[in-house]
Design a protein around this ligand. Structure first.
Ligand code: ZN
Length: 330
């Protein structure tokens, strides 16, 4: 018989509980115990906060730990469950995917109880944690990219859930609220939660190297969202980013990802928050395999806002190097 995933504590107990989310072992590895925190102050919103979904995104686990530090003093009602690291195997390896089975946790939801380790983690999250929350914040960041601090969601069929989700994302008061059109959404944690009618906001942030200023912005966004939910008291404020204290709600389509026309090194010629018009130079792609190969200009296709710039690593042909966005029309 396969052991069922479970929490080692009762999250309905009043006050702070700490323990683990137990993910049963399988043929590839033994049982995992993911540190988990719950603070139950009775009636009120039911929130789940997760980090470390992707192992090379370290801001989320750090901000989740900060919430655990100050929530006991600040939370006035409701219940918050926090699991800072969903995928410890990937975090230990600083890898997007789990090294053991090569799977991306954020593409295997709802998981399988008898699957490989990544699928078993997803199954535990889906069956144990998700039913305990009506709102979910999954804290990500974007290694290899300069990316505006953002609260993101995807388009969804239910207009009421969409509106509530965008409002929740805007409540982070980060520089960018983004409605992100992906073509690769099967198995994502947010799709599963949204299909169950839950408000799910995915926080994004440029990164790869953790720094204290960025962590402060990220934490301020999470605090703003907790204030909006009514879980804590306080005044929500836009954190300062690139000398600005403001936010905008934008959407990005697949065609807003500018792709590399050749393999090489990308040289940015634009900055985050730039508003560009058709024909503006966004960057130059420099092939490295031949000194006679021409560098290629990458130019804006339309009036748009720069929200993400590839800032590290050699790129292959047809990889995104700049992401732009346009005003969101609901
Ligand atoms: Zn991620």
């Amino acid at each position: 018989m396969i052991e069922a995933p479970h929490l080692t504590f009762d999250p309905d107990a009043p006050g702070v509980s700490m323990g683990h989310l137990v993910v049963p072992g399988g043929t590839d590895c033994g049982e995992l115990s993911l540190p988990a925190f719950s603070l139950n102050k009775g009636k009120g919103p039911r929130l789940l906060v997760t980090g470390g979904n992707h192992g090379n995104e370290l801001e989320g686990p750090l901000v989740a730990r900060r919430l655990i530090d100050w929530l006991p003093e600040a939370q006035t009602c409701g219940r918050v469950i926090i699991v800072p690291v969903l995928n410890p195997l990937a975090v230990e390896a600083w890898s997007r995917n789990t090294p053991l089975d090569g799977l991306n946790l954020n593409r295997v939801f709802p998981g399988r109880p008898d699957g490989s380790v990544t699928e078993r983690i997803a199954d535990a999250v889906s069956r144990v944690l998700l039913p305990m929350a009506e709102t979910v914040f999954d804290l990500h960041s974007s290694p290899r990219w300069d990316f505006l601090p953002a609260a993101t969601t995807h388009p969804m069929a239910d207009p009421d859930l969409m509106a509530r989700t965008v409002r929740m994302a805007e409540a982070f008061k980060l520089p960018l609220t983004l409605v992100w059109n992906y073509n690769d959404t099967a198995g994502m944690f947010d799709i599963l939660a949204q299909n169950q009618g839950k408000v799910f906001v995915c926080a994004e942030f440029g990164g790869g190297t953790v720094n204290s200023d960025n962590l402060e912005i990220y934490e301020a966004g999470a605090r703003n969202a907790l204030i909006a939910l009514g879980l804590i008291e306080g005044k929500a404020e836009y954190p300062t980013f690139l000398q600005q204290n403001s936010g905008q709600t934008l959407e990005t389509q697949l065609s807003d990802e500018l792709k590399s026309p050749a393999a090489g090194i990308f040289e940015p010629r634009c900055s985050l928050l730039d508003e560009v018009k058709q024909g503006d130079l966004l960057g130059i792609l420099h092939p490295v395999d031949s000194l006679s190969a021409e560098s290629v200009d990458i130019r804006a296709l339309r009036r748009s806002h720069v929200i993400g710039i590839r800032s590290a690593a050699h790129v292959r042909v047809d990889e995104a190097v700049v992401i732009v966005a346009r005003p969101f029309k609901q």
